[in-house]
Design a protein around this ligand. Structure first.
Ligand code: IPE
Ligand code: MG
Length: 229
């Protein structure tokens, strides 16, 4: 979700106004994804690097997270959304953590769609944590080096239990990954749009998915080897 600051600037407003106007697109994307049967939606809401932004902006983002959770949790729950997070949530302010825990507990049994918020997340942070956890188990003799395989790595990342993303969307015209799910996106299809996040609507999501449906995903194979579709 990129482009909130530029959107606000274009309107002659403060950056935070862009973040406030970034809530509607979240609602639209979640509803659109749910309607067409997407099972996992992961939103990159706040990166490890975002902590270095001006304190006012960080504080406002944390408050926005708490107030949005409070106002939306009822509807999330009744729409069958299961909320989870990836990232270093221990570093979030206590009020934020409490609101997240509450919303996650409340929605834990839902299974229509899993909405994952990446908060204080970066893929390198996650990979580092995974390496440390495996290295410790090897040192303590709990696992053998030969037992380290892709499944074990999947299991030690904070995305454990989630399938790899099939489609990655980035708004605002930037064409880079910025430390998002580096291990998991090995074969994801990428879709970039100049639309700034506050202007992103359900139609843009559907446009991205229609585009995705015309891609040929070969996973390193030749076209002839693919199952006939
Ligand atoms: C995305 O919008 C929201 C967050 C990273 C929290 P930005 O705040 O990055 O907006 P730009 O890139 O400055 O326009
Ligand atoms: Mg940005």
């Amino acid at each position: 979700m990129d482009g909130n600051g530029r959107w606000a600037q274009k309107q002659g407003e403060q950056r935070i106004s862009g973040h406030l106007n970034g809530v509607r697109p979240i609602r639209e994307t979640l509803t659109g994804a749910t309607e067409i049967g997407v099972k996992y939606l992961t939103l990159y809401a706040f990166s490890t690097e975002n902590w270095s932004r001006p304190k006012d902006e960080v504080d406002a983002l944390m408050e926005l997270l708490v107030s949005t959770l409070a106002s939306e949790v009822e509807e999330l729950d009744s729409n069958g959304v299961r909320l989870r997070t990836i990232g270093d949530t221990d570093s979030l302010p206590p009020g934020c953590r409490a609101a997240l825990m509450k919303a996650m507990e409340r929605t834990a049994k839902n299974d229509r769609i899993t909405l994952t918020l990446a908060l204080s997340y970066s893929a390198r942070w996650d990979i580092l944590r995974m390496v440390r956890s495996i290295a410790t188990d090897i040192r303590e003799g709990r696992i053998d080096t030969h037992a380290v395989n892709e499944d074990l790595i999947d299991d030690r990342l904070s995305t454990r239990g989630m399938p790899d993303p099939e489609l990655l969307i980035r708004t605002s015209g930037e064409q880079r990954i910025s430390n998002f799910l580096l291990w998991e996106i090995a074969y994801a299809e990428l879709w970039f749009t100049p639309v700034l996040w506050p202007d992103f609507r359900k139609e843009h999501l559907f446009q991205a998915i229609l585009d995705y449906q015309h891609r040929e995903r070969r996973f390193g194979l030749t076209r002839e080897q693919l199952p006939a579709s």
